[in-house]
Design a protein around this ligand. Structure first.
Ligand code: NAD
Length: 310
């Protein structure tokens, strides 16, 4: 019987690649192999991350495909209903990257609060930064509004309490009524309630019909003037034109995006948004720690082998 062929279409940590190559019953095609472009013809399995999109056309062509494993949480780059129609199993690695994404979330909150990237840019330009004109805000005992209290949202909450002695306001209509008993929090039933009281508003929801553009002009209107918006979830959840407006008119204090409509972000796409000094844009690096890349990459390999071996 021919060996199953697994194509690694996106960058993976070398430890994960080696672990797969060490399995003698699998033929592995690497990301930089010229055969990669012909994966539709003979792939049994795919290892991807967020970069590769798997469309209905891909799935119709890939007659031998049995399984796609995606490193990370969001599977919005895979056409799930088409995968189901073709009997292709789709797996991800939930919860593994929560610590890394939550660490980035807190890093960005503090960086915006203390205007870190703005003053760093000015120092690099040789400017004399007048401290009294560069006051930041302290996040000590401030309230973070967490939209989506799933795996990442809960870790953000714990870290926020530990690091900031802060308060948690949680909005997640899909969570069980008795969720998060181990985390001191105030649960709100309406997004507006969270926006009214939060000093930091942090998004940790998937991109779905119910979350698309969930933060737009009316939501910015409700936020406090010193509010900081963080999106370490997905592009499409924040209306970027409304965000540009909210920052330019100083309706809110600052914002940080690790996920945006155009990825990777370009100067052309974000010329206007990037004019705002108190905006930080990072290119979807939430899960990008050495520790997480090894752990999640090995989990992908383990999952893939388990599915192929039935
Ligand atoms: P999760 O599934 O554990 O949690 C998502 C939570 O959002 C769930 O509790 C769900 O009930 C809630 N939710 C869904 N729709 C909602 C709505 N309309 N309003 C309020 N809450 C809603 O997922 P997770 O592991 O916590 O990840 C959250 C998101 O973070 C992912 O979907 C992914 O898009 C993103 N993510 C980003 C990075 C990055 O590199 N920046 C890395 C990993 C995950």
């Amino acid at each position: 019987m021919p060996k199953p062929i697994v194509y690694i279409l996106d960058p993976y940590h070398p430890d994960a690649v080696t672990a797969l190559q060490n399995n003698p019953s699998i033929d592995v095609v690497l990301k930089n192999d010229p055969r990669r472009d012909n994966w539709h013809a003979d792939a049994t399995g795919l290892m991807i991350r967020s970069e590769t999109r798997i469309t209905p056309t891909d799935l119709a062509q890939a007659k031998k495909l049995k399984v796609i494993v995606k490193q990370g949480v969001g599977v919005d780059n895979i056409d799930l209903s088409s995968a189901k129609d073709h009997g292709v199993v789709v797996c991800n690695t939930p919860a593994l990257n929560s610590e890394s994404v939550a660490e980035l979330t807190l890093t960005l909150a503090l960086s915006i609060a203390r205007r870190i990237s703005e003053v760093d840019r000015r120092v690099r330009r040789g400017e004399m930064v007048v401290r009294s004109q560069t006051l930041g805000q302290s996040l000590y005992q401030k309230a973070i509004g967490i939209i989506g209290m799933g795996n990442i949202g809960k870790v953000v909450a714990r870290k926020w309490i530990g690091a900031m002695d802060g308060r948690i306001v949680a909005y997640d209509p899909f969570a069980a009524p008795d969720a998060w008993t181990d985390i001191p929090h105030r649960r709100v039933q309406a997004l507006e309630e969270l926006l009214d009281v939060s000093d930091v508003v942090s998004l940790h929801v998937p991109l779905t019909d119910s979350t698309r553009s969930m933060i737009g002009k009316p939501q910015f209107e409700r936020m406090k003037n010193n509010a900081i918006l963080l999106n370490c979830a997905r592009g499409g959840i924040v209306d970027e034109a409304a965000l540009t407006d909210a920052l330019t008119t100083k309706k809110i204090y600052g914002a940080a995006l690790d996920a945006m409509d155009v990825e990777p972000p370009t100067i052309e796409a974000y010329e206007e948004l990037l004019q705002n000094q108190n905006l930080i844009m990072t290119p979807h690096i939430g899960a990008s720690t050495m520790e997480n890349q090894i752990k999640s990459g090995l989990a992908v390999v383990e999952t893939l082998i388990a599915v192929l071996e039935g």
